[in-house]
Write a protein that binds this ligand. Structure first.
Ligand code: NCD
Ligand code: ZN
Length: 362
């Protein structure tokens, strides 16, 4: 056995599932992601949602402007600019047309379309009420190979919250893959053993299937939400599950199977909206994403599998070149701050106040 490494140098990773928000919130969180990741798939659940190519292009421009403004400050401080490419998505609605899809695809700007079952999560009211409604759009995606990113939870209130992902596989995902066998799908932020096994075993019964896994679902089970009291910063959707599910996710992420790749689902909400009688769902992990993933992979004794998961497999799935730059992590304590600035308010990162064993070198 070799001794534990003190330096980890990997190809620069990408984040295949990210919430950047807009305006002052965007300006606050974007530098955290851009410091670690080369590219990210940007979730379209703004208010109003990013439903068209025009809205996606305008949102992309705002992200690029926010990065330029941040880089101007860095240059004044004598620091190198951050290089980061936002990969835009469209928000699928009942009314998305084949033409919307084809124009978005041809632009080269839109890399995926996001399915939110209506009512499943934050800003999903405009989501799909019945998958038969946007069938022309889905057929167009199947034809051109544009991936569908799926928030895989049923919204039926009679289904237990902890079962909504498992039930989604049987009720929605399997029929969808049967009816559109060429559709390329990313099962987003999977949280259950059933999802990990379904993706692992998915064969020729449908088109390419991948899955993203968050750092928090690798590190925590549902006890984290209730340890000694209600812990709102561990509440996200899909909600953390039992330990057996966490173990299955760790197994999948560290297996070297290219169907599983990194997606932080970093989802910032102001501190006051998390620490609230009806707190928002979402964990903020962009600040220390790779520190968290390195911790999870090291806990599993699989640090050598981090690079494939974080830097290779997602790019391959999205048919984009792998990054040529590198990211270096050092075995040096990283003290997670109690809060970071978020426009006029504050944001509490996951594991605030704790110390992680790895630090990204910038
Ligand atoms: C996300 C958000 O806040 O936008 N929240 C979350 O808990 N993950 C929405 C989502 O991805 O479900
Ligand atoms: Zn998300």
């Amino acid at each position: 056995m070799s001794s534990a490494p003190t330096i980890l140098r990997i190809a620069r990773p990408d984040d295949w599932h990210l919430h950047l928000r807009d305006g002052a919130a965007l300006a606050a969180v974007l530098p955290h992601t851009a410091a670690q990741f080369g590219r990210a798939i940007i979730m379209p659940n703004l208010k109003p949602p990013v439903t068209t190519l025009e809205l996606a292009r305008a949102y992309r421009d705002r992200i690029v402007q926010a990065l330029a403004a941040h880089n101007a400050q860095r240059e004044q401080a004598g620091r190198l600019p951050l290089v980061f490419e936002p990969l835009m998505t469209l928000y699928l609605t009942d009314n998305t047309s084949a033409d919307d899809i084809l124009r978005a695809h041809e632009s080269g700007l839109v890399h995926a379309v996001k399915l939110y079952p209506a009512g499943a999560t934050t800003n999903s009211d405009a989501g799909v009420t019945d998958l038969r409604r946007p069938i022309k759009a889905l057929e167009a995606m199947e034809r051109v190979g544009l991936p569908l990113c799926v928030h895989g939870e049923v919204v039926d209130p009679s289904v237990d919250l902890f079962d909504r992902e498992r039930v989604f596989i049987d009720q929605k995902l399997i029929p969808l893959r049967r009816s559109l066998p060429g559709l390329r799908i990313v099962f987003e932020h999977i949280t259950t053993r059933e999802a990990a096994e379904y993706v692992r075993d998915a064969g020729s019964d449908g088109g390419d299937l991948g899955a993203t896994i968050t750092a928090h679902h690798l590190l925590y089970n549902r006890n984290a939400i209730f340890s000694g009291g209600v812990r709102p910063h561990y509440y996200c959707l899909p909600v953390l599950k039992r330990e057996t599910h966490r173990l299955a996710l760790v197994e999948a992420a560290t297996s070297g199977d290219p169907r599983f790749f990194l997606g932080t689902d970093s989802a910032p909400h102001a501190k006051g909206l998390k620490e609230h009688a009806c707190g928002c769902a979402g964990c903020y992990t962009a600040l220390h994403a790779m520190e968290l993933y390195a911790t999870a992979f090291e806990n599993a004794g699989k640090l050598d599998r981090l690079e494939g998961f974080a830097s290779h497999f997602g790019a391959d799935f999205y048919r984009l070149p792998r990054n040529t730059q590198t990211l270096t992590l050092e075995r040096r304590p990283f003290a997670v701050p109690a809060a970071v600035a978020y426009g006029e308010t504050e944001l509490v990162p996951l594991d605030a106040g704790q110390t992680l064993a790895w630090t990204c070198v910038h």
